[in-house]
Design a protein around this ligand. Structure first.
Ligand code: HEM
Length: 534
C-alpha cells in the first residue's frame, strides 16, 4: 500500500520516512554500512563544497554511473518470460536427450523475444525479423534453441554476418534510420547478396509485423541432429507453433501503433501472463535421414532453405508454456545469455556453415556484453542441474572450487571426473576435403524457394509484399539499387517485379539478375564474382 503517514522533515526540508517511524529495514551502503541521510550530501557548511569523505554519496553515484551495460549487438530490444517445456511422449528412438525421455515431464524454460535491427529503446512494431530464443534448463545442462520467427536466414555463411548487420542498422555517418531496414545501405547489401532473396520474401511479408509475440511461430532454422543411445543420428528441424495461431497487423496499423504505444508487444506479453492467459507453443519436429536429404535439389545445410511442411509434416513432441514474468527485467531478460552451442547430449549440430559460425560468435559476444567469463554465475544463466568443474577466478567469480583441488587428474580423490558414459560425445560425422573458401554448388539456387513462398501467399498477402517492397525501396535514394532489387524480383515472380517497378516509377525494366553468376567457375574474376567467392 501507499504510506504517507509519519513523514519526517529532513535536514534539506524534504519529506521522508525513516526506519524509526516505519517498520522498515535500515538502508545500507553496498558494504552494509547503515545510512543516516540519503537526501543530502556532506558539505563544508550548508552552502559549501562537497566533502570527499562522503563515501555513501560516492558509492551511490559510482554505482548509478555504471548501470548500463552494452546492449546486444543485434536483438537489443527484447522481452522475456519464464515457463516450462512439457514432453508429450518419449523420443528415445531418436534422441537420448534427457528432456525427451519421459512422457509428461516438465522442464523449466526462459524465453526472450526480440526485434533484430532496432536499438534497445526502439519500437516494437518495426518491420523486422523477431528473435525467438528459448533456454531450457534440462537435467543435463542448458539447451538453448536460439531461433527466429522465420524459418530461413539472409546469408549462408557466418563470415557475412557483420556485413549484414552493419548494412541493416543505422548508417555510420548519419546514425539513422533507427529500427528500419528502409535505407540504401540495407538494400545495397541485399541487392548484392542474391542468397538473401528467400528471407527477403518472408521479411517483406506480414510475418515481419506480428500482432504479438503470442501469435508468432518460431524456428530453429538450421538442420540439427538428434542422436539416440545407439549413437544413431537423425536430422531434425525445430518449429514452435503458437496455440493461438498466426496473426499479424496491417502496415498502417503497425505505423500507428509504433507512434501511440512503442511497447505494444511487451505490454501484450506482460498483460496476458499477469492475467493468467499463459501463451503456449507446440514444439514440432521434422525428422529425416541422409537419403531424404539427398532427394532435394537444395542442401539441408543451407540456412536459406526450408523443408516444405507439406512434404515432411512436422510432428508435435511437446509444448512450451510461459506462465511467469521476471521479477526484474535487467537481472533476467537483459542478462540472459543465449548461445547456440548450448546443447545437451542427444542434440548435435550439422555442418550448416551459419550454425557453425554462430557456435563461435555467441560465447564471444557474451564475454564482452556481460563483462567477463563468469556470466554463467548469473542466476538466469546458471544451470538448474548439479554442475562441477575446475574453472576459477576472473571478474566477478562467485563460485570457485572449494578446497585444495582445482585440477585433474589429481591424487586427492576430490572433485569431478569426466564420464564417457554420461558425457556429451560429438556425433562422429564423416568429413574430409581440401581446405578452401568456396560455396558448394548445392547452395546456388537462390530463387526457387523465394518463388514458392511468394506463390503460397493469398492475393491480399501478395499485395502486402508488393506494398512493403515499394515502401522500403521508395526510401532508397540510389536508383541503381532499386533496379538491382527489381532484377532479383524478376527471378522470383514477374508480376511482383513489374508491380513494384511500376509503383516505384522505374523508367525501364532491368534485366533479370544472372541467376548462375555466383557459382560459375569458368568466368574471369569479375566484381560480381569476387563478391561471391571472397
Ligand atoms: C543474438 C537468432 C544468426 C550473432 C541473437 C538472438 C537471437 C538470434 C534470437 C537474441 C538472443 C536473445 O534474446 O538474447 C539468430 C538466428 C540466426 C542468427 C535465428 C540465423 C539463423 C547469427 C549469426 C551470428 C549471430 C550468423 C554471428 C555469426 C548474434 C549475436 C547476438 C545474437 C552476437 C547477440 C547475443 C547477445 O548479446 O546476447 N541471435 N541469429 N547470429 N546473434 Fe544471432
Amino acid at each position: 500500500g501507499i504510506h504517507d503517514q509519519s513523514l519526517v522533515r529532513g535536514a534539506g526540508g524534504e519529506l521522508h520516512q525513516t526506519a524509526e517511524t516505519h517498520d522498515a529495514p535500515v538502508m545500507t551502503t553496498a558494504q552494509g554500512g547503515p545510512v543516516a541521510d540519503d537526501q543530502n550530501t556532506l558539505r563544508i557548511g550548508a552552502r559549501g563544497p562537497l566533502a570527499m569523505d562522503d563515501f555513501h554519496f560516492r558509492e551511490k553515484l559510482f554505482h548509478f554511473d555504471h548501470e548500463r551495460i552494452p546492449e546486444r549487438v543485434v536483438h537489443a530490444r527484447g522481452y522475456g518470460a519464464h515457463g516450462y517445456f512439457e514432453t508429450y511422449d518419449s523420443l528415445a528412438a531418436y534422441t537420448k536427450a534427457d528432456l525427451f525421455q519421459r512422457k509428461g515431464e516438465k522442464t523449466p524454460a526462459f524465453v526472450r523475444f526480440s526485434t533484430v535491427a532496432g536499438n534497445k529503446g526502439s519500437a516494437d512494431l518495426a518491420r523486422d525479423v523477431r528473435g525467438f530464443a528459448v533456454k531450457i534448463y534440462t537435467k543435463e545442462g542448458n539447451w538453448d534453441l536460439v531461433g527466429n520467427n522465420m524459418p530461413v536466414f539472409f546469408i549462408q555463411d557466418a563470415i557475412k554476418f557483420p556485413d549484414l548487420v552493419h548494412a541493416a542498422k543505422q548508417e555510420p555517418d548519419r546514425d539513422f534510420p533507427q529500427a528500419q531496414t528502409a535505407h540504401d545501405n540495407f538494400w545495397d547489401f541485399i541487392s548484392l547478396t542474391p542468397e538473401s532473396m528467400h528471407m527477403i520474401m518472408w521479411a517483406m511479408s506480414d510475418r515481419a509485423i506480428p500482432r504479438s509475440f503470442r501469435f508468432m511461430e518460431g524456428f530453429g532454422v538450421h538442420t540439427f541432429r538428434f542422436v539416440n543411445a545407439k549413437d544413431e543420428s537423425t536430422f531434425v528441424k525445430f518449429h514452435w507453433k503458437p496455440k493461438l495461431g498466426l496473426q499479424s497487423v496491417a502496415w498502417n496499423e503497425a505505423v500507428k501503433i509504433n507512434g501511440a504505444d512503442p511497447d505494444f508487444h511487451r505490454r501484450d506479453l506482460w498483460q496476458s501472463i499477469q492475467s493468467g492467459n499463459f501463451p503456449e507453443w507446440e514444439l514440432q519436429v521434422q525428422l529425416f535421414d541422409q537419403a531424404f536429404a539427398d532427394s532435394f535439389d537444395f542442401d539441408v545445410l543451407d540456412p536459406t532453405k526450408l523443408i516444405p511442411e507439406e512434404i515432411l509434416p512436422p510432428q508435435p513432441v511437446g509444448r512450451l508454456v510461459l506462465d511467469r514474468m521476471p521479477d526484474n527485467f535487467f537481472a533476467e531478460t537483459e542478462q540472459v545469455a543465449f548461445m547456440t552451442q548450448n546443447v545437451p547430449p542427444g542434440i548435435d549440430f550439422s555442418n550448416d556453415p551459419l550454425l557453425q559460425g554462430r557456435n563461435f560468435s555467441y560465447l564471444d559476444t557474451q564475454l564482452k556484453r556481460l563483462g567477463g567469463p563468469n556470466f554463467t554465475h548469473i542466476p538466469i544463466n546458471a544451470p538448474k542441474c548439479p554442475f562441477a568443474h575446475f574453472q576459477q577466478d576472473g571478474h566477478m567469480a562467485m563460485r570457485n572450487p572449494v578446497g585444495r583441488v582445482n585440477y585433474q587428474p589429481n591424487s586427492w580423490g576430490e572433485g569431478p571426473r569426466e564420464s564417457p558414459v554420461k558425457g556429451f560425445r560429438h556425433f562422429p560425422a564423416e568429413g574430409q576435403g581440401p581446405k578452401i573458401r568456396l560455396r558448394p554448388e548445392s547452395f546456388a539456387d537462390h530463387y526457387s524457394q523465394a518463388r514458392q513462398f511468394y506463390i503460397s501467399q493469398t492475393p491480399a498477402e501478395q499485395r502486402h509484399i508488393a506494398n512493403a517492397l515499394t515502401f522500403e525501396l521508395s526510401k532508397v535514394e540510389t536508383p541503381v539499387i532499386r533496379e538491382r532489387v527489381v532484377s532479383h524480383l524478376l527471378n522470383i515472380d514477374e508480376t511482383l517485379a513489374s508491380t513494384v517497378a511500376a509503383k516505384l516509377g522505374l523508367k525501364t525494366m532491368p534485366k533479370p539478375a544472372d541467376a548462375a553468376v555466383e557459382t560459375r567457375q569458368d568466368l574471369e574474376p569479375s566484381p560480381a564474382l569476387s563478391i561471391a567467392l571472397n
